[in-house]
Design a protein around this ligand. Structure first.
Ligand SMILES: *[C@@H]1O[C@H](CO)[C@@H](O)[C@H](O)[C@H]1NC(C)=O
Ligand SMILES: *[C@@H]1O[C@H](CO)[C@@H](O)[C@H](O)[C@H]1NC(C)=O
Ligand SMILES: *[C@@H]1O[C@H](CO)[C@@H](O)[C@H](O)[C@H]1NC(C)=O
Length: 256
């Protein structure tokens, strides 16, 4: 039905596409850096659509309904969704950031979808601007922002309709080259398998002034999710009567 509406009422669907977003701007030292300066340019930089199997969504593809943009969380593109899996890393800069400092990502649009945010990091070998960085089981979660829940209110998404998120680089993280992967799991059409929409971006950083912590638990991306987790496959508008709160997918946060 939605697909049919999309071909008939193109304007409605373009509006839906405009509600999507990318994260072109990395924020460090309180400064919003230039578009795609330190964040690997993503394949959806025209369409702004969620991670999907379409390798390079074109402007013409933006009229596809959100429901046709299924996300396969086991696809290699799920790691960083680069425009070019081979060449984008080398074409992106690496930002120097202090351990213990606040960093962030700014979206190119208001993030109107209710969801769960988190950020993963991985040590990056041989370097942050290498396509091989982050391909092992080396990712750990450094931050999350989950919806709140009470029986009276249901789920409450405090992170809805903002355009920037901030978090701290763990103070005890060893110095060195890393990737930081921001992720929003948008849950507005998540009631069917592969319906949750993933908005992601990977920044390349060189952490200085770090400590001697051992980050973990570590996971592979893709690999960390199956898509069947209760925090990914969920009808946020019709929760089961025995619901007790949002269960975040993936590992616990390592805060150093
Ligand atoms: C942030 O500040 C540190 C320390 O002054 C500096 O070395 C680094 O280059 C700055 N990073 C960015 C992205 O401006
Ligand atoms: C992120 O930090 C900026 C600058 O301090 C602030 O204006 C903004 O409200 C923060 N965003 C969130 C979601 O905390
Ligand atoms: C809630 O109920 C469903 C359906 O009866 C059941 O499958 C599920 O395990 C229950 N969940 C919890 C957290 O008790």
């Amino acid at each position: 039905m939605k697909t049919l509406l999309c071909s008939v009422l193109l304007a409605t669907c373009l509006r839906a596409a405009l509600a999507h977003y990318t994260f072109p701007n990395f924020i460090a030292n309180g400064t919003v850096t230039t578009d795609w300066e330190y964040v690997r340019i993503t394949a959806n930089h025209y369409s702004n659509g969620p991670v999907s199997r379409l390798p390079h969504p074109s402007p013409a593809a933006t009229h596809r309904s959100a429901r046709t943009q299924l996300t396969d969380v086991t696809d290699p593109e799920f790691r960083c969704y680069e425009l070019d899996l081979v060449n984008t890393a080398g074409a992106t800069g690496t930002a120097t950031v202090l351990a213990g400092s606040t960093v962030g990502f700014m979206a190119d649009n208001t993030m109107g979808h209710p969801g769960y945010f988190d950020a993963y990091m991985t040590a990056a070998a041989p370097a942050a601007d290498s396509e091989a960085a982050g391909t092992g089981s080396t990712w750990f979660k450094v931050w999350e922002w989950a919806p709140r829940w009470t029986a009276a209110t249901g789920l409450i998404f405090d992170s809805e309709n903002i355009n920037q998120v901030n978090f701290t680089i763990p103070k005890n993280l060893p110095s060195g080259q890393y990737l930081i992967r921001l992720e929003q799991i948008a849950l507005h059409v998540a009631e069917t398998y592969q319906g949750a929409q993933f908005y992601i971006g990977c920044a390349q950083v060189n952490v200085v002034g770090g400590g001697s912590g051992t980050p973990g638990p570590t996971v592979a991306i893709p690999g960390v999710y199956t898509g069947y987790e209760p925090g990914i496959l969920i009808n946020i508008y019709d929760l089961p009567s025995n619901y007790t709160g949002y269960q975040a997918p993936g590992p616990a946060v390592w805060s150093g």
